[in-house]
Design a binder for this molecule. Structure first.
Ligand code: UDP
Length: 343
């Protein structure tokens, strides 16, 4: 029988790319998403890419009764990939209770059902925000975590603590937390990609929307950081490469290859790019000119971070494969498709 994987947040940006990779590897997927930040049309797009429209249930996982009812209905789930969460850093500062309630309760409701139903495997969507501004770069997995800058970041850190404690208390449960760096880009088909509601907070959607004429110019937040060109440095990871890391993590859990029942890995490229370097790469690969100006630093931003990925490379056998240029081109192709712009 096919192994059924529950993907929460499966119509979202990273979730949808992961569903595609799972289905292409023969996994049967059921998606749970409340569609608060994604569209039902993503199911058709996944169907077009893979030939299979995944099963779908719409509800909010922070509702324990609905979550329990779901698990009463779907009894063949062998593993969960948990993406569903609120993720806007700035919004979380103004609405901390919404963020804590949603992100923590949904994880705990899933864990309750894992215990109740004897579902033993989970891959959790964590973030490099758990490191704060590290003292030493690149960051390795055992770099001490720092107090998060935002309630959003704090929910990721607390969720990691919950998973670690649950794996200790319930040794039958196995979890892998993947700490993503900055996911960007879109599927090469241009059928799925990042589709932020309103004005984008993140750099690459803002760039592609500016290039498409939706925004006048990009604001670069600060050019007085202690970096070679003064703009902040991040590790930008291609979303399809990132999605593949989840499939590898699922295989690892199902094949019981882990070294401990709670593991966590950095998922990045291992290379840092500054905002200006990224902007210049975008202009070079797309041939589209991009208006930008330097403005004040954004509150809460760290100066620089990039990953040491040796543990993910060696333990998972996973490595980022796509160049920054190709990834930015995929983001641009997606934006053009969404806006109905020709090639
Ligand atoms: N950034 C920028 N202008 C924007 C959005 C982002 O200069 O309109 C910068 C931001 O200050 C950071 C980098 O781009 O240095 C990546 O920001 P993003 O919000 O994409 O991800 P974060 O690293 O904050 O999670």
């Amino acid at each position: 029988m096919k192994k059924q994987i529950l993907v929460t947040g499966g119509t979202g940006y990273i979730g949808s790319h992961t569903v595609v990779e799972l289905q292409e590897k023969g996994y049967e997927v059921v998606i749970v998403d409340d569609l608060s930040n994604s569209s039902i049309d993503v199911l058709d797009a996944i169907g077009k890419i893979t030939g299979l429209r995944p099963a779908f249930e719409q509800f909010d996982l922070s509702d324990s009764i609905k979550t329990n009812t779901f698990f009463d209905k779907y009894t063949d789930i062998e593993a969960i990939i948990h993406f569903a969460a609120f993720k806007a850093v700035g919004e979380s500062v103004g609405k901390p209770l919404n963020y804590y309630r949603n992100n923590l309760n949904s994880l705990m409701n899933l864990l309750d059902n894992m215990k109740r139903r004897n579902i033993i495997n989970m891959v959790f969507s964590s973030s490099c925000t758990v490191y704060g501004q590290p003292d030493v770069l690149p960051v390795v997995e055992n770099t001490p975590r720092k107090q998060a800058e935002s309630p959003y970041g704090n929910t990721k850190s607390i969720c990691e603590d919950i998973l670690r404690d649950c794996c200790k208390a319930y040794p039958q449960i196995n979890c892998i937390a993947l700490r993503y760096f900055n996911p960007i880009g879109a599927h090469p088909s241009s059928l799925i990609g990042e589709l932020p509601l309103g004005v984008p907070n993140n750099l690459v959607p803002f760039i592609t929307q500016t290039a498409a004429g939706l925004r006048d110019e990009l604001s670069i937040f600060g050019d007085n950081y202690n970096t070679p060109d003064g703009t902040a440095i991040r590790d930008y990871i291609n979303v399809v490469d990132l999605a593949k890391a989840h499939v590898i993590a699922i295989n690892r859990l199902l094949n019981k290859k882990r070294t401990s029942n709670y593991e966590y890995f950095n998922i990045g490229t291992g290379e840092g790019y500054s905002v200006l370097q990224l902007v210049k790469t975008f202009i070079a690969v797309t041939g589209v000119n991009l208006a930008y100006k330097i403005v004040e630093r954004r509150a809460g931003d760290i100066e620089k971070i990039w990953a040491d990925t040796s543990i993910a490379n060696n333990e998972l056998g996973w490595k980022a494969e796509t160049s920054l240029g190709d990834t930015l081109l995929s983001a641009w192709n997606w934006e053009k498709k969404v806006r109905g712009l020709g090639n």
